[in-house]
Ligand binder design. Structure first.
Ligand code: SAM
Length: 265
């Protein structure tokens, strides 16, 4: 496994075996401070608001969503396959419950839970059908599910060198197990017998280079460099073009999050 920028974002499926797990914690805490990233999160809360009974936040990361749901009156437990994430969450929010468990193998009884939430987790799963089957197993009939992910094929940036952008984004997607999660989870839910499936696309504008670098381009570029698919001269021209666009207010980009809701039949 690599280290640094290329590792963060691409290896969320195995944080504990990363060379520097604290980089993953920093990445998630940074995202918490970005209001545009919090718009789809608020939609996931809305999808389960008012539901009584215990529910699970799968891939709970640094724990904030569980703490916010608890503050809103919900009975929430977070699960994450990373002990580093679970420890961080417990330290940050000692009044909340976090357990180390994988999405496909949770510690809950059949039909024990009343809701299920996962945000930016399904794109890191190797076996989505197994996770969806597990969701079905642990939920009471009629319970709501909300799963939010990007489809990384919907990430766009205007550039004078679109072929370089395409290679950089290809490098990024090639390191993520399920890069089209946002647009494919609905199909998996349907196959597993979930009903009332609905998907809302939320476009997140990325109108300056700094934000693009923070959440995608730094990691994507590091991966492209590691893969050797681009020469340093090409990369420098591309970067100069993007930073020039940003300085003159002409940087145009976006990513799309897809918030998928459904019911356990
Ligand atoms: C990108 S982070 C998102 C964290 C949080 N949901 C958020 O939106 O801030 C993905 C999280 O899923 C966890 N994860 C990855 N694969 C998992 C799996 N198979 N089962 C449970 N958690 C998993 C990672 O450890 C990480 O905390």
């Amino acid at each position: 496994m690599g280290t640094g920028k290329a590792e963060v974002a691409s290896h969320f499926r195995a944080v504990d075996s990363a060379a520097a797990p604290e980089g993953f914690i920093e990445y998630l805490k940074d995202a918490e401070t970005e209001p545009r990233a919090m718009v789809p999160r608020a939609m996931t809360y809305e999808a389960i608001s008012g539901v009584t009974g215990r529910g699970v936040d799968v891939g709970s990361g640094t724990g904030l969503a569980v703490a916010q749901l608890v503050a809103g009156g919900q009975q929430a437990v977070g699960i994450d396959n990373s002990s580093v994430m679970v420890s961080e969450s417990r330290a940050r929010f000692p009044h909340c419950q976090y357990l180390q468990a994988a999405a496909a193998e949770t510690p809950f009884q059949d039909g024990e839970l009343s809701w299920y939430r996962a945000e930016r987790v399904y794109l890191h799963l190797d076996d989505v059908p197994a996770a969806v089957r597990e969701a079905r197993r642990v939920l009471k009939p009629g319970s709501p599910v909300v799963i939010a992910d990007p489809d990384l094929y919907s990430t766009v940036f205007g550039s004078g060198y679109p072929d370089v952008t395409a290679k950089v984004l290809d490098s990024f997607r090639s390191q993520i197990p399920n890069p089209a999660a946002g647009t494919t989870t609905a199909g998996y839910l349907a196959e597993a017998g979930f009903t009332d499936i609905a998907v809302t696309a939320v476009v997140i504008p990325v109108m300056d280079y700094a934000m693009a670098a923070r959440f995608t381009l730094d990691q994507a570029l590091a991966m492209a460099r590691e893969s050797g698919s681009l020469g340093e001269d090409q990369i420098q021209l591309w970067l100069d073009d993007l930073t020039r666009r940003s300085r003159s207010g002409c940087f145009v980009g976006s990513g799309t999050m897809f918030v998928t809701t459904a019911k356990r039949a």
